[in-house]
Design a protein around this ligand. Sequence first.
Ligand SMILES: [Zn+2]
Length: 302
Amino acid sequence: MKRAFVLLLCGLFVGCSGSLKPTEETAGVTVNSATPDQEAAAHTRPLRLFIFDCGRIRFESVAGFGLSETDTAIRELAAPCYIIDHPKGQLLWDAGLPSDLAKSSGWISRGDGVDVALDKTLAQQLEEMDLGFDLDSLEFTAFSHIHWDHVGAANDVSSSYWLVQQGDYKAFLDPIGTSVPAIDPTLLVAMAERPTRVLTGDHDVFGDGRVKLISAYGHTPGHQVLYVDLADYGPVVLSGDLYHFPVSRTNRVVPLFNVDKPATLAAMDRVEALVSESDADFWIQHDLAHFLSQQKAPEFYQ
Ligand SMILES: [Zn+2]
């Protein structure tokens, strides 16, 4: 049984605008300069998960997703960004549509049967909300994968380690040679400046088991999902593009543009096993109806 949904406004939460900042990095382990009491308090402080609207995508056909046109009536997707606020810093998980789209209002045609819209950049949203962190103070950045609709605010990030799976990192270094579709290198320019940890499997982001990157290759060579163990809400899996539609999950449908179909199916099995074992809530990130039902920043899940 799912734990009770708990929602708190930022202003009601002590410590909302401040967190212990790391002062030293040792072999990939973040070390705080806090006192033992502060350390203990920080360790038990609940995680907070913020959801941001980072754009919409709409299209005429779902054929590219491996579906027939009658499998689903959905033709519009959400493109959220998420920030996990941990006592040791913040993790940005996915960065939505390209920030430049916010310079225009309404839908913009990409010319390939896909329209996109972005009301406000993630940086603008964070500035207005004044949550105590922004894209200049993040500890970590990770994308589910490096497709253009998941890295759109990457060039606005001026802090943090980039946590990337090896397959996507190779595609980042050589997008033409690796022929991974839907990569726009101009959106990833700033990532070349970030200190980078190239991963070859699952990774415990803060070292306490509460925020974990789970490798789920196949959509791209370095696709991953995020497991977050929230104290009150319970565990949740943010599934990147493992599925784009609920029917894709029900029927185990692999998009035509995935780089590796068997790996995708294996990733589905692996992630679904994790969901069953942990009784985690499962979020299909592009599921617009689900996204609309969720609480957005400055409210949060914890
Ligand atoms: Zn996507």
